[in-house]
Design a protein around this ligand. Structure first.
Ligand SMILES: [Zn+2]
Length: 141
């Protein structure tokens, strides 16, 4: 999954930033805590803003293929328009240059948005009484 290249995690406990492995990213995606590879502290992504950013990565992954399709379509349309005499050679060249430029700018921005460092908070295992209280409260609703 190329979407997930460049995502780092920062352990709040030992203050080390490390590249997240696919299984760790999966754990974050399903809200499952996992061990820090350095201090073995159990970590979780609890910041709602970062969680939202993390979830939106899927959309950014779609940018590259859809931009590819759009750019190719515009290039072909410009070429056909030139053949039909609707566009001059210079006009066709301008349209092509602009669309290629936009293509690279969008991809650059998408890459920039995908570069994330997630601040992982240490979670303490909940005491049994606490879990029981939550369960009781849920049942009571
Ligand atoms: Zn750590």
């Amino acid at each position: 999954m190329s979407v997930f290249i460049g995502i780092k995690g920062h352990c709040a406990y030992c203050d080390i930033t490390f590249e997240l492995k696919p299984w760790q990213l999966n754990a974050i995606a399903i809200h499952e805590p996992f061990d820090c590879p350095y201090c073995q502290q159990i970590l979780q992504l609890s910041c709602p803003r970062q969680l939202r950013q993390f979830k939106s990565l899927d959309h950014w992954g779609m940018v590259r293929p859809s931009m590819m399709v759009m750019t190719c379509a515009v290039l072909i349309v410009a070429m056909v328009a030139e053949w039909l005499g609707l566009l001059s050679v210079i006009g066709q060249l301008n349209v092509s240059l602009v669309v290629v430029l936009v293509h690279f700018l969008v991809l650059r921005y998408a890459r920039y948005r995908q570069r994330l460092t997630l601040n992982l908070q240490a979670v303490n295992p909940l005491p049994i009484e606490h879990i029981a209280r939550i369960a009781c409260a849920r049942l009571g609703q």
